[in-house]
Design a protein around this ligand. Structure first.
Ligand code: NAD
Length: 275
């Protein structure tokens, strides 16, 4: 193995994200697949990782035990209940961890902070490089434009998505609010039908549309007198999250212990919305 290759260990390997990660690692020139882990007793155990991802056999069998090895980075897109075990294994072996699993508990958050004093951890609820940049641009634009520009945003997702507006849309709205000294929960408007008033200049409208198979679209508008700015991100494929997570893994491999996010990975400094 090339000395500069980074070995990636995927937790949640049989899932939608896990298989996307396997494909991205297989297609990369500087990453190698170290191991694949999934739920004990689950249907993925004992299967070949390449075959799981719809590719030729790789000779790497999915196991139910995470055994990080030196020189690897663990990339976890599984379930919150697996989190504690994954973190402990990474700490024990001093291995960087990239966490994409969402829905972590407050206890998990505390564990994350504690563990990050010992190993580098990158955690992001959205690993898309484009969405991370959109969050940054939203704050920069809102601060630069100042009063007189009204912010409205809408998003579109596939028919199966349960929450509305999306977590990402709310984070974009929050970035706009924070950049302009507003508290997002005070100014967010997600339904005008019951409002009984016209638009307040302070409002930040955030609306969800559902239908079809869209992986996710977010458009933020700044509406001024006689002009309008629109910032749009369109996700065409779940692979964007896998690519972002692997970019984070490459970056984490060279970092000291600490808790990082995609803003750090992209060199954008302070996250505009730390939640
Ligand atoms: P999925 O249900 O398709 O896959 C989850 C996989 O984890 C399954 O194969 C399951 O068997 C496995 N798993 C369950 N318990 C486990 C355990 N104890 N140990 C190891 N593996 C275990 O889900 P998905 O769509 O791939 O998403 C996985 C997670 O990633 C979710 O939390 C999702 O919200 C999150 N996600 C995050 C981002 C991001 O950018 N941060 C993007 C997409 C999805």
């Amino acid at each position: 193995m090339n000395q500069r290759m980074i070995s990636i260990i995927i937790v949640g390997a049989r899932g939608r994200m896990g298989t996307a990660l396997i494909r991205e690692v297989m297609d990369s020139e500087d990453l190698t697949l170290g191991a694949c882990v999934d739920r004990s007793g689950g249907p993925g155990i004992g299967q070949d990782a390449g075959r799981l991802a719809g590719r030729p056999d790789l000779g790497i069998t999915v196991t139910d035990e995470l055994k990080p090895r030196r020189g690897s980075v663990v990339v976890d897109f599984s379930l919150p209940k697996a989190f504690e075990n994954n973190v402990s294994a990474c700490i024990e072996h001093g291995i960087p961890l990239v966490v994409g699993t969402t829905g972590l508990s407050e206890d998990d958050d505390r564990l994350l902070i504690e563990a990050a004093t010992r190993i580098p951890i990158v955690y992001a609820a959205n690993f898309s490089v484009g969405v991370t940049l959109l969050l940054q641009l939203a704050g920069v634009a809102a601060a630069a434009l100042g009063p007189g520009w009204e912010a409205e945003l809408f998003e579109l997702h596939h028919r199966f998505k349960k929450d509305s507006p999306s977590g990402t849309a709310l984070r974009i709205g929050q970035a706009v609010a924070e950049a302009t000294g507003r508290k997002f929960s005070d100014v967010a408007v997600t339904d005008r039908s019951t409002l009984g008033r016209s638009r307040s200049p302070e409002d930040i409208g955030v609306f969800g549309m559902r239908g079809g198979d869209s992986v996710g679209e977010h458009t933020l508008m700044f509406l001024g007198e006689g002009e309008r700015i629109e910032l749009t991100h369109r996700a065409g494929d779940r692979a964007i999250f896998a690519r972002g997570a692997l970019r984070a893994a490459r970056w984490a491999a060279a970092q000291p212990p600490g808790l990082y996010d995609m803003f750090d990975v992209l060199g954008l400094g302070q996250t505009p919305n730390p939640e």
